[in-house]
Design a protein around this ligand. Structure first.
Ligand code: IP8
Length: 256
């Protein structure tokens, strides 16, 4: 089984509030379908989550009264995006069902603690792909918080023990310096803890849940038992398809 995260930077236009990149999402779903692999899908929130989460500081937990409006807004928008992704998967021929994260997972002091795993397992056992997303969720200590799709990936990797974990993003991989600032930054094709420790985190991160550096750290945490975690650029036509077919592609592979 392969666990795949469709990044919010690929399936949405992050510059414009609530804009779904339907053509890209559908192409990626078709590339997944063509692989013939068993999958579980998570997706990021992109412009359906980060803008409002940041404006209402939801990642900090309960700090002011108007955050209630923010919770309602972000929950509504992430569920809307989730429904759009499920529709794209269905159109591509992958039977899938929406499993909103905030309805079955919970956090404790900023850390995701697994809630009801019976639901995701149950759908997967039926041959239906459960689709979760980065979301606003309840937090036992802070009232609420933001749960990133990357944190969900870690939980699902513990549950499903996939052979491979794939993060589909809008970058070719991890760079030795921030490629948005330094034009001669070089891609790192293989990363481990030591390699990552030597790379400075990006200074230009718009997301409330961190950038590529934070993602890489989350990926390394999932690399137990020889499992490989890969970051691949989903904006390039056919790259995910080639990766899933076992071909060599431009990407960053994380290994312990
Ligand atoms: O896009 C963030 O999830 P991510 C979730 O996977 C929200 O980092 C609601 C901002």
């Amino acid at each position: 089984m392969i666990l795949i995260k469709l990044g919010g930077s690929v399936i949405t236009d992050k510059r414009t509030y609530r804009t779904f990149n339907r053509d890209v999402a559908l192409r990626l779903c078709r590339e997944i379908k063509d692989s013939g692999k068993d999958v579980v899908i998570v997706h990021g929130a992109g412009s359906f989550g980060h803008v409002a989460a940041k404006a209402y500081e939801l990642q900090k937990g309960r700090i002011r009264d108007d955050q209630i409006d923010g919770i309602v807004l972000v929950s509504r928008d992430t569920r809307e995006l989730n429904a759009l992704v499920v529709s794209a998967l269905t159109e591509a021929g992958i039977p899938s069902v929406s499993v909103p994260t905030g309805s079955c997972f919970i956090m404790d002091d900023g850390v995701l603690v697994i809630g009801n795993t019976e639901i995701v397992r149950g759908y997967a056992d039926l041959g239906i792909v459960p689709v979760m997303m980065g979301d606003v969720v309840l937090d036992r200590k802070r009232g609420f918080g933001i749960c990133s799709g990357d944190a969900i990936m870690k939980c699902l990797a513990d549950i499903f023990r996939p052979d491979k974990v794939v993060f589909v993003s809008d970058v070719d991989g991890l760079y030795d310096r921030d490629p948005k600032i330094e034009r001669d930054a070089k891609i790192i094709t293989n990363v481990n803890d030591d390699v990552l420790a030597a790379i400075p985190p990006e200074t230009t991160v718009a997301d409330v849940t961190g950038g590529v550096h934070a993602k890489m750290r989350a990926m390394l945490e999932m690399c137990s038992d020889g499992r490989e975690c890969i970051l691949v650029n989903g904006t390039v036509d056919g790259r995910l398809r080639s990766l899933l077919a076992g071909e060599e592609v431009v990407c960053t592979r994380a290994r312990k």
